[in-house]
Design a protein around this ligand. Structure first.
Ligand code: CO
Length: 134
């Protein structure tokens, strides 16, 4: 069912410093910062030849990244995202298999304008997993 690794998301304590590290020290191509108020994040996309890295920083008081950084003050890996062809089919299959979907169980529009869901880390080996319909 799952396809390519779409991205790995890293929560960062200082977005400017992270951008500098990826663009200058690692020589990566990085996007301008983009605000996604619906997700409570400011994100910078790092383009790799075979995938993407998303640098996430908090946006607004309700940001899930604020809570993450409270537990992980220097930042850390936040989630990974796999591609799926059909997110409705994926949800049906996962729920039938007892995997919990976060939130109301319905897809939201993600950072790339496509439907996404997040699966409960406790059902996924302790890793927050996002599925994105491509
Ligand atoms: Co993501």
């Amino acid at each position: 069912m799952i396809g390519k690794l779409n991205h790995v998301a890293i929560a960062v304590a200082n977005l400017d410093e992270a951008v500098k590290t990826y663009s200058q020290s690692l020589g990566a191509k990085v996007s301008p910062p983009q605000d996604l108020p619906e997700h409570g994040v400011r994100v910078v996309f790092v383009e790799l030849p075979n995938s993407k890295i998303e640098l996430l920083s908090p946006l607004g008081a309700e940001s899930p990244i604020t809570a993450f950084l409270a537990k992980n003050p220097v930042g850390g890996m936040h989630h990974i995202c796999y591609e799926v062809d059909n997110i409705a089919t994926a949800i049906t299959k996962l729920q039938a298999d007892g995997v919990r979907i976060l939130g109301d169980g319905k897809p939201k529009i993600g950072a790339h304008g496509k439907p996404v869901i997040f699966m409960h880390p406790k059902d996924m080996g302790g890793v927050l997993i996002e599925l994105e319909e491509v």
